[in-house]
Design a protein around this ligand. Structure first.
Ligand SMILES: [Zn+2]
Length: 559
């Protein structure tokens, strides 16, 4: 039946449709009207404003990236080209305890310092979580955004970087912030329990706040308290919080890091047994074994709040260096996963990625650098931070690829990037951060773990990128291709899909194919019915939406 001269605004013809439920592909056409999928089936004679020929290609729901750090990036690069070029149409932001709101007047200076990297950040004036979302909405977004409120942001707003439990009034104030964020549309709360100030919080404090999230029907996402030696206890703590608070939990990037390698199966059993007790546990992970932070980020947490000049002065003092080294090795308050390489003195797995003062040394390991200079590796590590005035960036190779595959295969695990929307110029800038995940994660999974090596079936990989995260978020109308669902769609040519954002795979040194190229084979992407990628070129549309959590009943997750 025709509803007018044109039955559809967009008709995707002759594709093989992966509907996002994990079912095998079937031949079908997809008709889009406005921002919604109107029909799926044999629609050959239909008239449409625009016809996309998907002959030989797959049509899937736009990918939902359940774990990103695009909170500020999406305000700077609203089109989110690095995401849509991968077929990603939704980002979950606010992970690892870090969201740009709330901000209190008392601690505004400390909070805003985190965005200084972006030149116009000083003009951003929100305080509450709701104001932040409204600010984002007014600017417009090229992908859909689902926000989590960061416990670290809340704690900073109430107590700064105090390393102690909150007093009753402070806890009340934190609960109020969680409540405000949830009422404003947050999908849940995240923690980062290895980063300041999240690492200063005990289990009690978090369970209390997760209880507020539970009352609003949200979920609790956590970068747990140590992903290496303490990973088993940290997973137990996370499950305990979910159980006490009555809150679904999402364990972030839950693959063991160096120092905990080999424990994947043990933590998978913890997820499984918690689930059998009725706790709604899920996890997510990306596919990269390495990470590229500034070398100074692997130093103890308390040094992170120092001004550069103070950090350099500290590192110039030989006695202080010895204390730092001892503190790192003792590892009493576990730092981030990559710190494990320092704890175990694996300087042969830390490469110099950026060394602006002497780029000829980029690609050397710290171990190489040390032996070339005839010093011990700790000395070389500290020296380079000082020489480069804290601009030296490392590449920490701190995970095991076989274990990552086992994690990705697990039925309770979704696929994420752990990346962030980055300005276009960062793709080719000589000082771009290392972020292959930002430019190539999803095509990389399809290329390497579906086509080249059958770690996942195509339909399972797509389910972990679409229907599964949509169900976790309670988004009944996304993550599926069926009549009535949002027209977030991707058309890809599987044999041509290439992630071109890594420095080759496995890594080669010195680095090649870097910075990041956009992927190949992702031919068309629609965001809410608007064409965001057309023949592998971004249109720059801002048809994304700032999504608000509602208490709709969740779809169940098949596991
Ligand atoms: Zn994290």
């Amino acid at each position: 039946m025709l509803t007018g001269p044109m039955e559809f605004d967009v008709l995707i013809r002759n594709g093989r449709v992966l509907d996002g439920t994990g079912a095998p592909a079937r031949a079908a056409d997809v008709g889009v009207r406005g921002s919604v999928v109107a029909r799926v089936g044999r629609l050959h004679g239909s008239k449409a404003g625009r016809i996309i020929d998907a002959d030989g290609k797959y049509v899937a729901p736009g990918f939902i990236d359940i774990h990103t750090h695009s909170d500020v990036g999406i305000l700077v690069e609203q089109t989110a080209e690095c995401a849509v070029r991968q077929g990603v149409t939704t980002h979950v932001i606010g992970n690892c305890g870090d969201s740009p709101a709330p901000i209190s007047d008392e601690y505004r200076e400390l909070a805003v310092r985190r965005f200084e990297y972006y030149s116009n950040a000083r003009d951003w004036k929100w305080s509450s979580y709701g104001e932040y979302l409204e600010f984002m909405e007014r600017r417009g977004v090229g992908i859909n955004i689902a926000g989590l409120v960061g416990h670290g942001a809340i704690r900073l707003a109430v107590m700064g970087f105090e390393d102690r439990p909150p007093i009753a009034a402070e806890l009340r104030s934190m609960r109020g912030h969680v409540d405000e964020a949830m009422r404003s549309g947050a999908f849940g709360m995240s923690t980062g329990l290895v980063y300041p100030p999240g690492c200063f919080a005990d289990t009690e404090e978090i369970a209390e706040l997760a209880g507020v999230v539970a009352r609003h029907g949200g979920f609790y996402a956590s970068h747990i308290r140590g992903e290496r030696e303490t990973i088993v206890d940290a997973v137990k703590e996370c499950i305990d919080i979910g159980e006490r608070a009555g809150c679904p939990i999402q364990i972030s990037h839950n693959n063991p890091k160096y120092g905990g390698i080999g424990k994947a199966r043990e933590i998978q059993k913890l997820w499984e047994s918690a689930r059998s007790r009725g706790v709604d546990v899920l996890a997510d992970n990306d596919a990269h074994t390495d990470f590229g932070p500034p070398l100074s980020h692997a130093l103890p947490q308390w040094t992170q709040k120092l001004r550069t000049a103070d950090l350099i002065a500290l590192l110039k003092d030989p006695a202080k260096r010895q204390e730092l080294k001892a503190e790192i090795i003792a590892d009493r308050k576990p730092g981030a996963g990559y710190v494990g390489l320092l704890v175990h003195e694996r300087f042969d797995r830390i490469w110099l990625l950026r060394r602006p003062g002497d780029p000829s040394k980029e690609g050397l390991t710290i171990a190489d650098l040390a032996s070339g200079r005839g010093v011990d590796p700790w000395t070389a590590y500290f020296d380079v931070i000082v020489e480069e005035h804290d601009r030296a960036v490392g590449l920490f190779d701190y995970m095991d690829i076989e274990e990552i595959k086992s994690t990705l295969r697990h039925p309770l695990v979704m696929i994420c990037s752990d990346g962030w929307v980055a300005p276009k110029e960062e793709r080719t800038s000589p000082t771009a951060p290392y972020q292959p995940c930002t430019f190539g994660e999803f095509p990389g999974i399809l290329q390497r773990f579906v086509v080249e090596e059958p770690v996942l079936t195509l339909e399972a990989a797509i389910y972990k990128m679409t229907g599964m995260p949509a169900a976790r978020l309670g988004l009944a109308d996304r993550g599926l291709v069926r009549p009535g669902s949002a027209a977030d769609l991707v058309v890809f040519d599987l044999p041509r899909v290439r992630d071109r954002a890594t420095n080759l795979w496995p890594h080669t040194y010195p680095f090649q194919n870097y910075p990041h190229e956009y992927p190949e084979g992702i031919d068309w992407v629609l965001v809410n019915g608007q064409v965001a990628v057309e023949d592998a070129k971004a249109s720059g549309t801002l048809s994304g939406r700032v999504l608000r959590h509602s208490r709709n009943p969740r779809r169940s997750i098949k596991a």
